[in-house]
Design a protein around this ligand. Structure first.
Ligand code: ADP
Ligand code: MG
Length: 544
């Protein structure tokens, strides 16, 4: 249809050679097909790859040509090859606009000689030969573009003399990051409401907090993978506002490590590490390779297997051929290759098994010891305690509490911090009349115990405390209008289980004045108790 419309309608009144219209038609059709494949191929590359390239300091164009297109090309070429061959078959249509192509010529010969077989056989043979040649040529192109089929160069000379880059120099304590009234909204949700923070050179900040509290958003705003909705961010003395060259310059001095590694899959470990220094710093490839080897060696240190295998070989492995732990260490080496002054790590170990996580954490610890300024989002409290100089607790869109690891993890000042670091689980009942739903509360206690995997004896203790202390001895004495609050609290980190009773009225400790028989029963389950009376309120806490 396209061919006929172009020939008879569009160019109907123009003197033009049919062959030109035929070429134009197939050029248009092929362009449309290929652009579809192209955009699907580019769209199919993980968004994180753009971010990883951007975080290294590549602009849009650099990221596209160095990182995205090579990956997309690998997926597109096989499909383009198929389209090319089917397009070749379709060219036989040009007979309709009186071009004598191969098929048409075959038809003419057939109609004159009445020999059906020979012209068709020859036509088929020619088509076969031409499509084979096209496939061969396309295969060559594919081979050249696919990095995995490239012949590997010899590994660069062992980098023994290459010093591993030490911690960056600069005045310790100098302010590197300042965040003022940072706010970030996505459509409906506002994960960052008002964040204020200062990070100084040499500090290692562990960022902790419940999932969804905005930890990743904060890190991503710092290097502008996300654009803040409001507020100011000053990094290395420059306020981050616009994009462009200035942003790229700041990003080059600030490395980022992602939870999902985001290594470039079309490049070897070594190439991942050397890409940015070669392309963005203009470092000569030989020199970059030697430095890259030193970085990989440093990242691999302490890992017996890698040393046994020999790093030269590993450096030429592709990300898909490495374990998660190895990939993450290569990702750290890649971030360090630009000699950043700040390293941002977003849950670098949460996709790893415990052994690999330990290895990655030891790499991060070593960096901390070398004086690298870091912000690490982590759920590893032990790591935060040992390696961090300060801990940020994020909650409800603000930097809710900060302090040294000892302050924040062992003696948190605020309630939510306490609940988070002690992993408090709380169950609350309020009873204000004798007609309360005893069965429902008993069931809730049972579920609470099961959910937190409490042993049977402790769950029994909870039931007894509820029944013998509250139901048997407090509720009957409640005056109308008075309310009894029962808080069941389980601190997972300390394995402490408590039940707290709060009610008004005259002072009365049910553990002493209550019904003796039922109290004897419950006391067998208690590990301790505390009673006081203040401000017209009875407060009894029992440990179970
Ligand atoms: P954390 O890393 O602390 O778990 P995040 O910063 O990833 O938290 O997310 C905070 C909140 O912001 C979450 O509720 C999440 O759903 C939302 N959020 C994060 N990124 C996006 C986004 N690109 N689009 C919409 N909502 C987002
Ligand atoms: Mg996160």
């Amino acid at each position: 249809m396209v061919l006929l419309v172009l020939y008879f309608v569009v160019f109907g009144s123009v003197r033009i050679r049919p062959a030109a219209v035929g070429s134009l038609t197939f050029a248009i059709l092929f362009a449309v097909t290929v652009s579809g494949i192209l955009s699907a191929g580019i769209g199919g590359v993980d968004k994180g790859q753009w971010e990883a390239a951007g975080a290294l300091g590549f602009g849009r164009a650099g990221a596209f040509f160095r990182v995205i297109l090579p990956q997309a090309a690998g997926r597109m070429l096989p499909r383009c090859k198929g389209k090319l061959v089917s397009m070749l078959k379709q060219t036989s249509m040009v007979g309709y606009i009186s071009i004598q192509d191969l098929t048409k010529a075959g038809d003419i010969i057939r109609s004159r000689t009445y020999d059906a077989f020979f012209p068709l056989a020859v036509t088929a043979a020619v088509y076969f030969a031409v499509s084979s040649l096209i496939l061969l040529a396309a295969g060559r192109v594919e081979l050249r573009l696919d990095p995995r089929r490239r012949r590997l160069a010899d590994p660069p000379a062992p980098a023994r003399d290459q010093a591993v880059p030490a911690g960056p120099s600069g005045t310790p304590g100098e302010e590197l990051i300042r965040v003022e009234h940072l706010q970030k909204s996505y459509g409906g949700s506002t994960p960052l409401r008002d964040v204020n923070a200062v990070v100084r050179r040499g500090e290692v900040i562990a960022v902790i907090g419940p999932s969804g509290s905005g930890k990743s958003s904060l890190l991503r705003c710092l290097n502008r993978l996300e654009t803040p909705t409001a507020g100011r961010i000053t990094v290395l003395g420059r306020e981050l506002t616009g994009g462009g060259a200035e942003l790229a310059a700041v990003r080059q001095r600030m490395g980022m490590v992602f939870q999902s590694f985001q290594l470039f899959p079309h490049l070897t470990a070594l190439e991942n590490v050397t890409l940015a220094p070669i392309r963005l710093r203009g470092l000569p490839p030989q020199q970059a390779a030697a430095r890259g080897m030193a970085l990989l060696q440093a990242a691999a240190r302490g890992m017996a297997l890698l040393q046994a295998v020999g790093l030269g070989e590993k450096a030429h492995k592709y990300p898909g051929e490495m374990s998660g732990g190895q990939q993450q260490r290569v990702a750290i080496a890649r971030a360090l290759a630009m000699e950043p002054e700040i390293l941002l790590l977003d849950e670098p170990t949460s996709n790893l098994d415990p052994a690999s996580a330990g290895e990655v954490l030891s790499v991060i610890r070593r960096l901390a010891a070398q004086g690298m300024t870091m912000m690490v989002v982590t759920h590893e409290m032990q790591f935060a305690r040992e390696a961090a100089t300060r801990v940020f607790y994020m909650d409800q869109g603000v930097l809710y509490e900060e302090g040294t690891p000892a302050q924040l993890l062992d003696a948190p000042r605020r309630n939510r911090t306490r609940a988070f670091v002690q992993r408090l689980r709380v169950l609350h009942f309020a009873i204000d009349s004798p007609g309360y739903d005893f069965i429902a509360m008993a069931q809730a206690l049972q579920q609470f115990g099961e959910k937190h995997l409490l042993p049977r004896r402790r769950v029994e203790g909870l039931h007894h405390a509820f029944e013998e202390i509250a139901a048997a001895n407090i509720v009957p004495r409640l005056a109308p209008g008075q309310t009894l609050h029962i808080l069941t609290e389980y601190a997972e980190s300390a394995d402490r289980l408590e039940m707290r009773f709060l009610w008004g009225g005259a002072p009365c400790n049910p553990l002493e004045e209550g019904e003796p028989l039922s109290l004897r029963l419950v006391k067998a389950f208690l590990a301790g108790s505390r009673y006081d009376y203040a401000g017209g309120e009875n407060r009894l806490t029992v440990q179970i």
